[in-house]
Design a protein around this ligand. Structure first.
Ligand code: AMP
Length: 509
């Protein structure tokens, strides 16, 4: 089973349907897309001499070429290694070396930065710039038939963000990607050639993974010209395209909601915004729903179980007469179809409903293991259960609620304080655009709570007002002892707020 086996079928049946556009300019139909893929696959196996199972890196911004490279590699029996385009050259080099990448596709802007650091890597053969004529020539290579692979063969090695230690390569097989795709149809949406998928988030991550269900159903892929998440550009694309689906990290979705033009955006052309990857606050979700309508679905997953752990469906987002509505909206939803979710203690014993522990997952969407790292694999997958490292609890109806990761939890005077609880309270004040609460070392208490606050444009607020808000909603000991008003919060390429960076700033202050 090869995950790319849809290609010839889609080209035959939907050959004249648009496959890829750059902004509002159509580039290829599905029949042209298939020709390009098959030609590039021929070049990878022929001219570039790659063998079945070889790894191909992608150090690329979001570009239309991304999709054809992914599919061409699978068609040729190769495994892709997409990398976050914002990595440091040394980090690219680490991954390329670790995964044994032989050939790496690169967008022009990254060439100078990384070429030197790749030179010394054993076994690395070539870097190919996707913006020059030589790349286009590869696509005109004689096409090859799809290579038959086993469903347990690696298809995508997904490198974790590596907030602690070196990144690890979660090995996703053809079966993993198929399992993820089928659950898209089961839990997210049905798709057809009438659907449009905006590539607004890095294609090396969730956005690229969910390209697969859209390719299989011949939906139209639109790569924004900016290559990223630009709110006005998205509103512009919604003037042209209907049935649009896109990914928004919580911070991006909030930016969209708070944009002055949000009210006049053509929200009726949005089919689905899926958000996840970091906590979404209750007040932000409510505002996003009020602005864009019932098109939101929340996904909880991780690279090790790609885009597939739990979800909070559109229906549950709209179920606002339910007495448990707010509680559910603050959760990450219910287990995805065919995914088992449990909460365990430190000895891996399941804990009773409502108790906090580590979230573990079991399904055929869980990675095969970490690439070349059996020690890390046996730590992460024990007895068939993927240990996510995330902390949370299941309620009596089976909804999963995440607590802050243990490294983000604040311990003050021996009491655990979960920053999210305070962040939720602060965001009740609509003058605040974003907040992040972290612990600051303090000699008597161990740590104390401090808050970083970004105000909405033109708004003002004082620490005294925020203090009063906190005192009205949470225990006194949880209230921030200091507020820092800042212009923006440090974020990763995937839109996650970098609390480690904030803690570092505090130590420097
Ligand atoms: P990554 O492997 O880069 O996709 O990161 C996965 C991690 O992001 C998870 O282990 C969680 O800590 C976090 N995460 C993913 N989805 C959500 C969500 N819906 N809400 C809160 N955190 C999330």
């Amino acid at each position: 089973m090869n995950i790319s086996d849809f290609l010839s079928r889609v080209a035959r049946v939907y050959g004249d349907k648009p496959a890829v556009s750059l902004g509002t300019t159509q580039l290829h139909t599905y029949s042209e897309f298939a020709d390009r893929v098959q030609g590039l696959a021929g070049a990878l196996r022929g001219e570039l001499g790659l063998g079945v199972g070889d790894r191909v890196g992608l150090a690329m911004l979001n570009t239309p070429q991304y999709l054809e490279i992914l599919v061409a590699c699978w068609h040729a029996g190769l495994c892709v290694v997409p990398m976050n385009s914002k990595l440091h050259p040394k980090e690219f080099a680490y991954i390329i070396d670790n995964a044994g990448v032989k050939v790496c596709f690169v967008t022009g802007n990254l060439i100078d930065g990384i070429s030197e650091s790749l030179e010394a890597i054993d076994g690395f053969e070539r870097m190919l710039c996707v913006n020059d004529d030589a790349y286009e020539a590869l696509l005109r290579h004689p096409p090859i038939e799809m290579v038959d692979v086993s469903e347990t063969d690696p298809a995508w090695i997904f490198y974790t963000s590596g907030t602690t230690g070196q990144p690890k390569g979660a090995t996703l097989t053809h079966r993993t990607l198929l399992g993820m795709t089928l659950r898209y149809y089961a839990d997210v949406d049905q798709l057809s050639p009438e659907d449009t998928y905006f590539h607004t988030a890095p294609m090396s991550h969730a956005d690229g993974l969910y390209a697969i269900p859209h390719l299989i159903k011949a939906s139209h892929h639109v790569v924004p010209e900016s290559g990223g998440f630009d709110v006005e550009e998205i509103f512009g694309l919604l003037e042209t395209y209907k049935n649009a689906t896109f990914m928004a990290a919580p911070t991006m979705l909030t930016r969209m909601t708070n944009h002055p033009k949000a009210g006049s955006a053509k929200s009726e052309n949005i089919k689905t915004i899926y958000y996840g990857g970091a906590p979404m606050y209750l007040e932000d979700t409510k505002r996003a729903l009020a602005t864009f309508g019932p098109c939101l679905i929340q996904i909880f997953g991780q690279g090790e179980s790609p885009n597939t752990g739990t979800s909070l469906s559109k229906e549950l987002h709209a179920d606002n007469n339910n007495p448990k509505y707010e509680k559910r909206l603050s959760s990450v939803g219910l287990p995805r179809t065919g995914v088992e979710v449990r909460i365990v203690d430190e000895e891996d014993n399941e804990v009773p409903t409502g108790e906090i522990g580590e979230i573990v997952l079991k399904s055929d969407v869980v990675m095969a293991g970490y690439w070349n790292n059996s020690e890390a694999t046996s730590q992460a997958i024990r007895d068939g259960w993927l240990h996510t490292g995330d902390i949370g609890f299941l309620d009596e109806d089976g909804f999963l609620t995440l607590k802050d990761r243990s490294k983000d939890m604040i311990i003050s005077g021996g009491t655990n304080i979960y920053p999210r609880e305070i962040e939720e309270v602060l965001l009740m004040d609509s003058r605040l655009d974003e907040v992040s609460v972290v612990g600051r070392p303090e000699p008597d208490w161990g740590e104390e709570v401090v808050a970083f606050v970004v105000l909405r444009e033109g708004a003002s607020a004082t620490p005294e007002e925020l203090e009063e808000l906190c005192l009205n909603h949470i225990a006194r000991f949880k209230r921030p002892k200091e507020y820092f008003f800042v212009d923006e919060l440090p974020k990763s390429n995937y839109g996650k707020i970098l609390k480690t960076e904030l803690r570092k700033q505090l130590l420097e202050k």
